[in-house]
Ligand binder design. Structure first.
Ligand SMILES: *[C@@H]1O[C@H](CO)[C@@H](O)[C@H](O)[C@H]1NC(C)=O
Ligand SMILES: *[C@@H]1O[C@H](CO)[C@@H](O)[C@H](O)[C@H]1NC(C)=O
Ligand SMILES: *[C@@H]1O[C@H](CO)[C@@H](O)[C@H](O)[C@H]1NC(C)=O
Ligand SMILES: *[C@@H]1O[C@H](CO)[C@@H](O)[C@H](O)[C@H]1NC(C)=O
Length: 561
């Protein structure tokens, strides 16, 4: 059965879902897929030929053989043992996986600007057990191996692994070049394992950018050897820091999985904590009431007219950027929520008048972006810099939008490249209530203590978002992709998996396949299945469905009717 378009695949999968055995449920949905009904088995030690070198094959096989699951929740009630492939009939094994990389990797393969790496691939598994992958780049090979690993389930009798969907023919490529997660390691400290686990989970979702929001007003966990006082005073505790070798470990771990690390040092706002080591650089540190001077406590912004700021930022960037540029094409300079009122507390500005502040801010951004470009990196900024403060920025700059779609429309109309983190859809920290405490009259005012961006963005809402909606074709091209944001005021290692997954998976499919129609009825069984793969691989994803909905009794079992 060959299905040239998504709608065809939807209805095909729907009809498959009614069968007793589990369907092939690749997540994110490939651009084109056809499957059959033959069973194939796989075991470790299959021969692999690859004209390049790559750790991806070992990881894919490890996931199939050691991190798989018995899909009882996908078979009809009480029918698993009777319906899954018999161990006692002759088995056809996948004997060989032939990988062909048709292009040559370059440094751009591992730290691409949007559009600089070809992630497409084809995957064929014939009925007799011959498997082959073709891709232009090693990144495409990684995406193919991820798909390959999702073909197989574990047998209920033990370490036997099968697919019931051979032959399989897949042709696939992403819709968007920038498919990311914003990971905030400043509000809460995250151990290395947490970051690596997230990188792994992102690779299962074919996501390719991890944006690490490294520092903020609450803590400075990043060790800068030229300025050790920053983390010595600004980390939450000794040891709650990322050393240069930790950073390199994260960078290599990500790049080996086809994921580019993008580091953000937010400036000039969200910089308060630096006052602990460099009070001369920071305006309005910890000023009260904080609601008058910043978005959340403690306040503190880089002073705009203070001669000591430039030498400090020179030192910081000369230390950090050369360690980023081998692995990244971008550096995120921040720029969100600059509070103009705060500058009335800055003795060298002394006013909240934007006629005074904007030219100073323009100078600041010009100099800072020049530092970034000098190291061969492309600056990123939050949307307020151009959209709210009217700062002129280079056309090379990638703007991260979060305030909604009007900004995307007007920024792309001006010819700017944009990624979207629209808070109405893709802010994953929202809707779980306030993290602030209330007292006195505020108890009544703020009851029942919902947060500013409530409601919770459930996976269906995340999935419904179309980053290119309502744009002209020319504007749409400038939307490079998007990032899910998980701001960590009330998220830490113990809860991050449940926050990110499977909601980031829903966005992962929007960014990979741009599913037309966003059909929940089609997506839900695949997402529920993919979620079991994530659980088996150690990612504590939230639940998609109770087994009643996944056991495939009929597709309307859990439809709202
Ligand atoms: C700016 O400062 C003036 C004078 O202190 C004050 O009255 C006004 O409320 C401030 N504007 C904002 C937006 O905070
Ligand atoms: C930016 O320009 C817009 C439109 O001209 C104006 O409304 C806004 O006040 C300006 N913002 C600043 C910070 O100057
Ligand atoms: C697109 O426009 C429609 C109609 O104005 C609006 O309802 C919808 O929210 C817009 N979608 C996006 C993503 O901007
Ligand atoms: C599917 O489930 C619905 C809702 O429970 C039920 O009304 C319908 O009869 C079922 N259809 C089949 C074919 O079992």
């Amino acid at each position: 059965m060959v299905s040239p378009n998504h709608r065809g695949i939807f209805s095909m999968l729907l009809s498959f879902w009614l069968l007793a055995s589990p369907v092939l449920a690749i997540w994110p949905q490939p651009s084109s897929i056809s499957t059959g009904e033959s069973t194939l088995w796989i075991k470790s030690g299959l021969s692999v030929s690859y004209n390049g070198k790559n750790g991806g094959v070992g990881r894919a096989m490890n996931n199939i053989i050691h991190k798989n699951f018995v899909p009882w929740m996908l078979y009809n009630r009480m029918e698993l043992e009777a319906t899954e492939p018999s161990l006692f009939k002759p088995k056809t094994y996948i004997t060989h996986l032939d990988i062909t990389q048709t292009g040559k990797d370059s440094s751009k393969t591992f730290k691409p600007l949007a559009g600089e790496v070809d992630e497409s691939y084809t995957l064929n598994v014939d009925k007799r057990g011959k498997a082959s992958i073709t891709a232009v780049s090693s990144t495409g090979v990684l995406r193919a191996l991820e798909t390959f690993s999702q073909l197989f389930y574990q047998h209920s009798k033990g370490a036997y692994f099968y697919t019931t969907s051979a032959p399989v023919k897949i042709t696939d490529k992403p819709e968007y070049d920038h498919r990311g997660i914003l990971f905030d390691v400043s509000r809460s400290f995250f151990p290395m394992e947490s970051i690596m686990r997230t990188i792994d989970a992102m690779s299962y979702n074919k996501m390719n950018r991890i944006h690490i929001h490294m520092t903020d007003s609450q803590s400075w966990p990043l060790e800068i050897p030229a300025l050790p006082e920053l983390h010595e005073k600004g980390a939450y505790a000794r040891g709650k820091t990322y050393s240069p070798s930790d950073l390199a470990t994260i960078q290599r771990y990500a790049v080996n999985r086809g994921i580019q690390p993008i580091i953000e040092i937010d400036t000039p706002g969200h910089f308060g904590i630096v006052a602990l080591s460099h009070p001369e650089l920071v305006a309005g540190w910890d000023s009260t009431p904080w609601t008058s001077y910043c978005a959340e406590p403690p306040c503190g912004q880089i002073r705009l007219n203070e001669p000591k700021v430039d030498p400090f930022l020179d030192t910081l960037m000369e230390d950090l950027l050369p360690r980023l540029s081998p692995y990244s094409a971008y550096f995120h300079t921040g720029g969100d929520e600059v509070n103009f009122n705060m500058y009335s507390l800055d003795p060298s500005v002394g006013t909240n008048d934007s006629a005074v502040i904007v030219p100073l801010l323009q100078k600041f951004i010009d100099k800072h972006h020049a530092r970034v470009r000098k190291t061969g990196l492309v600056p990123m900024v939050w949307e307020e810099i151009p959209a709210d403060y009217n700062i002129t920025i280079g056309k090379d700059v990638v703007i991260q939008s979060w305030l909604g779609d009007e900004a995307i429309a007007s920024l792309t109309a001006d010819g700017h490249k944009v990624i979207t983190s629209n808070y109405n859809y893709w802010y994953l920290d929202c809707g779980r209530g306030q993290w602030l405490n209330f007292a006195g009259a505020d108890l009544e005012t703020y009851y029942p203590f919902g947060d500013w961006c409530t409601p919770y963005k459930n996976w269906r809402l995340v999935y419904s978002y179309d980053p290119r909606a309502n744009l002209t074709a020319k504007q749409a091209k400038l939307v490079l992709g998007g990032e899910l944001a998980a701001w960590s005021e009330s998220i830490d290692d113990a809860t991050i998996d449940d926050i990110l997954w499977p909601r980031a998976s829903a966005a992962g499919e929007v960014l990979w396949s741009s599913p037309k129609g966003r059909a929940q009825i089609e997506a839900a069984p695949r997402l529920a299945t993919f979620r079991e793969f994530m659980i088996a691989r150690g990612v504590k994803s939230a639940t998609v469905h109770m087994p009643y909905c996944t056991q495939g009794l009929n597709q309307t079992a859990c439809q709202y009717l």
